[in-house]
Structure formats: C-alpha cells, structure tokens
Design a protein around this ligand. Structure first.
Ligand code: 4AD
Ligand code: MG
Length: 456
C-alpha cells in the first residue's frame, strides 16, 4: 500500500507492507545496511527507512544521495530512533531518479536569500515546505470560514476596465504594440475595444454581487504596479475580499477581527508542526504571540485618537504624524508593537487620503474606513463602509476626477434598491507573514513578482 510520509508517521499500528516515495534528505551507511531519510513534503518530518544491503534494489544505494528520488517498500515498524514513532524496514528499494553533487540543497540550513535564488527547488527545503503547507491550509480555512458563515464565493475578473483604488498603479493589458498604442491611446482598436488592466481589487465587481446575494467574498490574485521595494509589497498578491449588504463599519470591523482570529486559531490547530518549526527557526516569539491573538479581543482606536497617541509618544518618526496624512508603516508598528502590544483596528480616516467609494461620516472630514494592524507588519486588512447615497457618491466621483459614464453601473447599485454595505480586503501574504513569522513577502508566495523580478 502506498502511504504518504505523513500517513506513515501518524499510523496507529504496525503495517506489514507499505511503500513510501519521496526525495532523499540524508543517507547514512552502516555495516550491512543504510538509513535513508525520505521526505515527500506531506509533512515537515522525513521518515527513516532502513535498507539492508541484501534487499532488491539496494545495489543502487550509492546513488541514493541527497535530492535523489526513491521508492521504499517494507514493513512499518516502531522506530527505536528518537523523535519518530515509525520507520520502514525495507524489503525492497527502487532508485527513481538520481541527483548529482551539484544539487544545491544540503542538510545544513540555507538562508531565505539563497533559497530565493533557487525558487524552483526551494519547495524541497523545510522552511518552504512548511510555509506552503500552511498557505494551503489557510486558503482552505478561508473558504471554510465563509462557507460556515453563509457567504457566497464570487470569482471577480482578473482583467478589468475599472480602477478600484484610483491610485494609478495598474498594469495595462493590451495586444497593441507601442506604436499602435500611441496612435490609439483610447484603446478603440485594442483587444477589448477600450483600455483594460489587471485588477487591483475585486471590490467594485464584488459589490454588484453583494447587492444581490447579500454576503459574498472573492479570493484571488490582484496586481499593483507599485514601485515599492519593501518586504511587505509584491506586484502580484492574493486578496480575500468579503462584501456585505445591510452592514456598516462596525459589522465590517467585527468580521475582519473574527476572521483573523479564526485563521490564526486554525493554523495553531492544523499546522502545529510547521508552526513549531517557525517558532524554533524563524521567530522565537511566534507561538506565544499567535496564542494571544487567538484568545484576546483586538483593540480599536479612531484615526484621530491614533494620531494623538503618536504625537504624545515622544518618539522621533521619519514622517512626523500629522492629522490628514496616511499612517506610515513606522506609525502602524508603533501603535501595534509598542502602544497596544497587539492587533489594533484603526477606524474613521481622513477623507482626503482615501478612495472615492468610502462612505462620508457626518463630521464632513472623515470616512468610514478601517485598517487592521498587526505587530511586525502593520496593515493586513483595509476596508470600509461604502457610500450608498447616490448624490454623495456622484459628488465623490467628481471630486476624484472619475468619469460618471465609466462608473454608471456602480452608481446603479445606488439607484436601484441601495443598501448600506461594507467590506474589506485581507492581504493573504501579509496574513501568512504574520502567522509564520517569515519576514519577507517573497518567501510566502510561490513565485514572487516584485519590481525587476518575475522568474519562471
Ligand atoms: O488597503 P487596500 O488597498 O484595500 C483595497 O484594495 C480595498 N479595495 C479592499 C476592499 O475594501 N475590498 O488592500 C487591502 C490589503 C492590504 O491591507 C494589504 O494587506 C494587502 O491588501 N496589500 C498588499 N499585499 C501585498 N503587496 C501589496 N502591494 C499590497 N497592497 C495591498
Ligand atoms: Mg490600505
């Protein structure tokens, strides 16, 4: 019977005849037999296989070096070695594929920087195996969370004609060459007959479905041509965007907080070995921090109060805190790491710093926006209540220089049966950085795309 290494290591009984397959992590030779540690990525641990030099296939043992692929058949028996419950006493082995001594991954740990330079092989390292198992589990947990809360999953388009955030950070999608583009900047002769872009957010399209199916979410790749060379920005990243009809900012913040807590708790429960590994090798304080996040309520503070806190902090910031300006990462980190000592939701931001779709508050100078900030990273969620009043929305569009005709479909949602509605975007990679302790966004996405870098 074929067993994954994970299934073999968690077996509850001896088994007479199993086959495991995977890649050799190490080989240790003794008189008359060899030990092969075999890893198939199904879990962090490798399984020890004990291969008597007399069993069929063992003549190839000398070629079963680190990185080679093998298939080992034998008996699953209790292991006398420490740290593992089971091992395979081989009755046969098969060398599937050799790896010569240029194989770059060796037993000693490698730095994330080195591993990034071999992005096609890094999934075979302990670190990346752990990160991408956690990523997979959390993607599942996101769907499970929304499914259990009665949300409908909507696939919003990757190619779009609208600019949700209005920040001018869109990648144009075109089949025209440079000269044709210059002749026809309106895109009339382009593939779609108008200028189109890779989406920066599924929100606007998501709103059309929320204003029909009530509670929806999107979960897909988004793209931003931001020239940000930071450890928290990628040009391609995944975002989870719920949108709820009949919901205000309060309900929006509550859902964001509940969801982040739920995902942290899910990882603690279902990715325990991988998280323990991160706690040992990536970030010593990780597990304690995550447990606190799962258990303690998050704090909330208005933007205006946050600016007061920053001003009163006595700290010298590179960007002095000033009412009206967006919070910088240094401000966000001070708030979460030093002042509140945990996640905090900042709400009601100045209107001037925010996109056209956010709902104006009665004070005339703030909008019903919120960002959820966490220690070590800063913003992982950005959201808002949307402007559901037609007149105000049209005025905002005008103020932001947005063509009413281009967004008439968006205004229609307010023309026909408008409802208060709200939503947010959770950056999936930022969440993964928070949960794994991995400090660079490039190490939590399989094939990172950043300025000047799009390998494979
Ligand atoms: O705050 P943002 O820009 O919000 C929106 O796009 C809204 N339309 C979402 C909504 O209300 N439906 O982005 C949301 C989140 C951020 O909090 C951050 O976690 C992540 O997306 N994010 C990025 N992650 C990685 N690289 C980038 N360049 C990112 N830009 C935003
Ligand atoms: Mg934001």
């Amino acid at each position: 019977m074929f067993l994954s290494v994970r299934a073999a290591l968690t077996s509850d009984s001896e088994q007479p005849d199993v086959t495991v397959r995977g890649w050799v992590r190490t080989r240790r030779d003794s008189k008359g037999f060899s030990f092969l540690a075999v890893n198939d990525g199904s879990c962090l641990a490798s399984i020890q296989t004990v291969i008597d030099h007399g069993v069929p296939g063992s003549e190839a043992l000398s070629k079963a070096t680190t990185g080679a692929s093998v298939e080992v058949t034998g008996k699953l028996v209790p292991s006398p070695g420490k740290g593992q419950a089971w091992e395979v006493a081989a009755t046969a082995m098969r060398l599937v594929g050799c790896a010569d001594d240029s194989y770059p991954l060796q037993k000693k740990g490698h730095t994330p920087e080195f591993l990034r330079s071999i992005a096609h092989l890094r999934p075979r390292s302990n670190l990346f195996g752990a990160v991408f198992r956690t990523r997979s589990r959390l993607a599942f947990a996101v769907h499970q969370f929304f499914n259990e809360h009665g949300f409908t999953y909507v696939h919003t388009p990757i190619v779009t004609a609208s600019d949700c955030e209005g920040a001018g950070e869109m990648f144009r999608v075109t089949t025209l060459d440079g000269a044709a583009l210059q002749e026809d900047p309106s895109g009339a002769t382009d593939f779609f007959g108008k200028p189109t872009f890779l989406t920066v957010s599924g929100q606007l399209e998501g709103e059309t479905f929320a204003c029909a199916l009530t509670n929806i979410y999107t979960f897909g790749p988004t793209f931003r041509a931001e020239n940000s060379h930071t450890t928290r920005h990628a040009a391609e990243f995944w975002m989870i965007e719920p949108e709820m009809a009949f919901c205000d900012l309060e309900g929006d913040m509550s859902l964001a907080e509940e969801m982040v807590k739920h995902l942290v708790a899910d990882a603690l429960e279902h990715c325990a070995d991988d998280l323990e590994f991160f706690g040992k090798f990536v970030d010593k304080g990780l597990l304690g921090r995550l447990r606190e996040v799962a258990e303690k309520p998050f704090q909330r503070v208005s933007y205006t109060e946050a600016v007061e806190i920053l001003k009163a902090s006595g700290k010298t910031f590179e960007y002095p805190p000033e009412w009206g300006a967006n919070l910088q990462t240094e401000h966000e980190r001070y708030l979460t790491e030093e002042h509140f000592g945990g996640p905090v939701t900042v709400h009601d931001y100045p209107k001037s710093a925010k996109p056209f779709y956010m709902r104006a508050n009665d004070d005339g100078r703030t909008v019903a926006a919120m960002d959820l900030l966490v220690p070590g990273i800063g913003e992982i969620v950005g959201g808002s209540q949307r402007e559901e009043r037609l007149e105000q929305l049209l005025a905002n569009m005008d103020a932001h220089g947005i063509d009413r005709d281009d967004y008439s479909w968006y205004a229609d949602l307010r023309r026909y049966g408008t409802v208060p509605h709200a939503g947010f975007g959770l950056g999936f990679e930022r969440l993964l950085m928070f949960i794994t302790g991995v400090a660079n966004i490039r190490d939590v996405i399989p094939f990172p795309r950043t300025p000047g870098n799009a390998e494979f």
